[in-house]
Design a protein around this ligand. Structure first.
Ligand SMILES: [Zn+2]
Length: 206
């Protein structure tokens, strides 16, 4: 079984692709974001350490992330790394205990990301999520579930989305170049319908 890294800016549909890969190909899903939240919730020593960094608004150090990933990696099963590695140092650390066979980079234009994410609305009362383009509420501005008012989160405002995209592309460029040099990077267009994106990803994994 092969180990895969999934990269892509916010709004590229990484979550959708990841959950389908896990379901259809049986990957072990390693999401460092989820794992950190679990460790914090369980109050483990690692969780307490990580929480300290996050509370100070600092990045959790590479060594902490790597030890978290290391305890989860299973030699028997292909792993899908999601949200990790984030830096070249993490990528090098990962290779000290397991191999990476394919890196899929979901590519999407900034304007498309802005269009997708800025059409997201959430219910201010119950938190239900809508999308004005792909999943609109039955009645404009009103939650189907509880009738609450739909609002746009600060994070989803066009200028904030554009900024998050730029930051992601800038920060991940060295990582993309690193995997490109090793000849294992596969670029997949993520601005197509979800079905086509998934087919292209599955193709890239062959
Ligand atoms: Zn609601």
């Amino acid at each position: 079984m092969r180990n895969v890294v999934l990269l892509g800016p916010p709004g590229a549909g990484k979550g959708t692709v990841a959950s389908r890969l896990v379901r259809e190909f049986g990957f072990l899903h390693v999401s460092t974001g989820d794992m950190l939240r679990e460790e914090v919730a369980r109050g483990t020593p690692l969780g307490q350490l990580a929480q300290g960094y996050m509370a100070r608004g600092e990045l959790v150090p590479d060594e902490v992330i790597l030890s978290l990933v290391r305890q989860r990696v299973d030699a028997q099963k292909g792993v899908l790394f999601d949200g990790f590695p984030r830096t070249v140092a993490q990528a090098e650390g990962l290779e000290r205990f397991t191999s990476v066979d394919v890196v899929v980079f979901l590519e999407v234009e900034r304007d498309e990301v802005v269009r997708r994410l800025s059409s997201r609305r959430v219910c201010g009362t119950c938190g239900a999520v809508y999308n004005l383009v792909t999943q609109p509420p039955r009645e404009p501005g009103k939650c189907d579930r509880c009738g609450g008012a739909l609002i746009q989160r600060e994070d989803d405002k066009p200028e904030v989305v554009a900024r998050r995209f730029e930051v992601y592309m800038r920060d991940s460029a060295p990582l993309v170049a690193y995997y490109e040099r090793r000849g294992i990077l596969r670029r997949v267009r993520a601005d197509l319908p979800p079905e086509d994106v998934f087919r292209a990803v599955a193709e890239a994994l062959r």
